[in-house]
Design a protein around this ligand. Sequence first.
Ligand code: PEP
Ligand code: MG
Length: 829
Amino acid sequence: MGLIITSPLRGWATTLDSVPDPVFARRMMGDGVAIQPLGDTVVAPFDGEVVTLHDAGHAVSLRSAEGAEVLIHVGLDTVMLKGEGFTPLVAVGDRVSRGDPLIRFDLDAVALAATSLITPVIVTNAEVFAISRRTTDAAVGACEALMTLVPVQADARRRSDDGTVVEQAVILSLPHGIHARPAARIGEVARGFEAEMHLVKGDKRGDARSTIALLALGTAFGDEVVVQARGDDAEAALAAIVALLATDMGEGAPVVAARPAIAAAAPLRAGQIGGVIASPGLAMGPAARLQQAEIAVAREGADASEERAALRAARDAVRADIAARSDGASGSVASVMQAHLALIDDPELLAAAESRIAAGNSAGFAWRGAIRDQIAAIRATGNAHLIERIDDLVDIERQTLATLTGTTLDAAVPAGAIVVAGDLLPSQLVTLAAAKPAGLCLARGGPTSHVAILCAGMGLPAIVAMGDALDDVEDGSPLLLDAELGQVTANPPETDTRAFAARLAKRDARRAAAQAAAKDACHSADGARIEIFANLGSVEDARDAAVQGAEGSGLVRSEFLFLDRDTAPSEDEQHAAYQGIADALAGKPVIIRLLDIGGDKPAAYIPIDAEENPALGQRGIRVALAQPDLLETQLRAILRVEPVGQCRIMIPMVASVDELRQVRALVDRLRGEKGIATPVEVGVMVETPAAAMTADLLAAEADFLSIGTNDLTQYVLAMDRGNPAVAAGVDAMHPAVLRLIGETCRLAAIHGRWVGVCGGLASDPAALPILVGLGIAELSAVPGFVAEAKQIVRGLTLVEARAHAELALQCKSAAEVRALARAFEETRR
Ligand code: PEP
Ligand code: MG
């Protein structure tokens, strides 16, 4: 016959699938029915005893004489209301009869304040009772039949051997203690193990698999709870629950009751031009307009042998210039220089130019003609990789013609100036950087382009996508470049200049303090360990990062080590590079990302057919899995690095668990072949919305997750990270991106996995408090920002970071999030 559970409310009964909260919808807490309430009084669904009643009055649970336990949770996120609008009518331990009132609530007030009024009615001890009948998609009155429960066999998996109990104390950082949602998550994790598990608070002890028992502990933020486990996998079970309890499980902390006044994104005044921050920072100095006009050359040449000699001399001078610039350069800078050296010595280019000279052209005209023919031929191939090289050819043409005609190119930029240009090639930036400019403004360009990445690496403040308004900035006019707000002021009034100079001075002082403490480990002001790692593209970067105080590397862009070559790097070459990085970081963790080829990172040695949508095509791990030899070579090289385990493996562009499984299987096979017993961590990059939304599935099998905010932003917003036309919108501070980051942390915490950020957002000072508040445990930034990142985190408590992040998630745009971040920073100055 079964036990009849009647509806505790008048309303519309529906399935749990329609509850917009995964804890309920995915039955983490148990099966049941949800009611969309029309009445304001919760009544007892059977005769029984009140087992728990939350202090906030929004949730009550009862146990029947047969042992069935049912939780009634009025609305979603109603714990945040702290009792406002709820009147409990019973107390824990009271015996009640079906229909007795339990809680009365202010329907209108709660509806306005809560995320939703939908009220899950959950059978929390599913191991003892199953639902044989239920009413859904129908109107129900209070005390009308809702579910029928039947007893089931107790779970045979649970073992209760006489083994030792292992235990560990944890201080709860859950802002509202263990209420229904955290209890469900704890239960879900505990059910993944065989061991018996209990949580103990004072003299109360509750089974970790029982939501009701956990609620009955009556815990609050800051309470000490002891986790106990007994059984074969007790140690692992204990570690998983302790790791989960060490987080806030994505609950945030509504400690800041009122939202601070947020200035709307500052409106631009006359003389101000807005744009997109490509590399944060502040700079002031005169504008230096980049001369990008085409260099004029005469068509007709003089004597052919003179012209040939002039061309050879010009090429020699350019070659010497490039060699000088590549001296001591590292990473992508060194790669670009290598590519240019190869072009200047290209025999076909020289032969084509010389035959034009023989036909009567001047050296300059012949060189330009030879290069333009080459460019036309490249365009005709339609090959995306080759087309990318056109910029380099244009660069070589300009440098050679400038030498031939005595034109001064980028060297005209004075030290301390702010470079103003339409667009810039990575190679031009490298050239310009030698002149030590103070900042960069581009009319076009994108915030995650390689120019932006280079600027961030150099610590050069930069704003891009400023539009045609930049044309009005005259050469030499004074500029204030605010790459914290994303705006430039031309010809500022004296008062603005003074205020800006004061901000710069404060910033410099903060940087100096950060440098002084660069080598110290990073903890938040309330003691939470947040690791500050560095992103690397070369062994030189690793040495630099070590000097800056990096606690490891959260992203080695392994493809940067092997750009601009025609053959894949051998196992030995790769091993030497990885070992060099591991040595430079002296035993600290090094996360090597598997070759991330395709999309915006072509490689000649992996030909990819022309694609209409390269960003949605053969990219990252998809390419590697399609080229098993390449993948295996790279994994072998990583596994050879000593000491084993220092290098971890990270998979780019993951969209499903299957990709992780394939790489893990290969790693395990290679470890077996090499006789490596030490485990080697394998983690995934979260760069696709799919990875973020299934972070729990990935976390169940990955050792860690690291969010690539550059790609995640482009895929979440459906805006190409390299397309200037949409660059203004490609901001990782968009609430949609932040919500996915928060969701990733919440889902990964279910399996006790840490989540890091290795995308550009980790190098954005405005974003750090939000990221820490969302639950990020590791930030991998550009080496030059490591010391400052540590200092920012040291000044934060988790509680205030969570409250700040909570507000950020409610913002309506990236601009509003940035305004909120500014307000947050201002309160701390
Ligand atoms: C990212 O996408 O954020 C990332 C770190 O990878 P990359 O910028 O190299 O694509
Ligand atoms: Mg990426």
